[in-house]
Design a binder for this molecule. Structure first.
Ligand SMILES: Nc1ccn([C@@H]2O[C@H](COP(=O)(O)OP(=O)(O)OP(=O)(O)O)[C@@H](O)[C@H]2O)c(=O)n1
Ligand SMILES: C[C@](O)(CO)[C@H](O)COP(=O)(O)O
Length: 229
């Protein structure tokens, strides 16, 4: 039995993407987004307990999709909630008792690198958490409520990705005691307990597929990965 798990959250509806099929099921270079994401974690270590959080109404659709694509990577399905926070909490509640480390990852980030996943488990094992972030390339400005804007030094900011990997005992406690559910990521829930998060470098291709133009970029990244092999 492994002591590592990955919760791939895909319980959303993809309203910013639009379209009749939710973005997590759309094919990129001929393979549905979620199958790509599951495959990366499986390639890192086939013994990772893979938990896929989906809207409960989509379970049978997903099973049909797996049959259609002959997708055989073992994983467990867990029902999502009304918010990302609730979907992650449902995933955490489904962990086996022997699991010591858990990576929480957006199902719609299929281009996370194996190196980032490996490092996130190593660093979380040592420090309690490992949060993938990348530096900003553009300048930034902070907006105020009265319509003004101010310069901010970009060296003090990072863009936050997933995976966000944690020691299970700590992240389960953080989610169990947290009342506020508007947090947009898991690092913030952890930090809300007074624990400092540890940042690691993410990979630039690890985009969160969110809007229609991201699908073009995703096709480009997938083609680049194929030609690099
Ligand atoms: N109730 C929810 C909402 C979101 N997510 C997941 O959290 C990840 C990041 O969320 P986002 O990109 O915002 O996805 P959606 O909520 O589907 O998109 P939108 O906000 O455009 O509706 C996605 O993999 C999404 O499926 C989830 O598991 N459960
Ligand atoms: C978790 C996340 O992907 C980190 O950048 C992000 O906060 C998710 O935000 P969303 O509004 O749920 O897409």
């Amino acid at each position: 039995m492994t002591n590592k798990a990955a919760i791939l959250v895909a319980g959303g509806r993809g309203t910013r993407m639009g379209g009749p099929v939710a973005k997590q099921y759309l094919p990129v270079a001929g393979k549905p987004v979620l199958m790509r994401t599951l495959s990366v974690f499986y390639q890192v270590d086939p013994s990772i307990d893979l938990i896929l959080v989906l809207p409960e109404n989509d379970f049978s659709y997903w099973e049909e999709l797996c049959a259609e694509y002959k997708f055989s990577i073992p994983h467990r399905l867990v029902a999502g909630g009304n918010s990302r926070f609730q979907s992650v909490r449902n995933g955490l509640n489904s962990l086996n008792f022997e699991t010591k480390l858990v990576a929480v990852h957006d199902g719609v980030r299929p281009f996370v690198s194996q190196a980032v996943i490996e490092e996130s488990f190593e660093v979380a094992d040592l420090n309690g958490s490992a949060i993938a972030v990348i530096s900003l390339k553009d300048s930034i400005r902070k907006l105020t409520d009265d319509g003004k804007s101010f310069y901010e030094e970009r060296q003090y900011f990072r863009l936050v990705q997933t995976p966000q990997t944690f020691q299970v005992e700590k992240i389960k406690k953080a989610f169990a005691v947290t009342e506020l559910q508007q947090f947009t990521d898991d690092a913030t829930v952890y930090e809300n307990q007074g624990w400092q998060v540890t940042l690691i470098s993410g990979n630039a291709d690890n985009i969160k597929i969110t809007t229609p133009e991201d699908m073009d970029y995703a096709e480009y990244i997938a083609a680049k990965q194929m030609s690099d092999r």
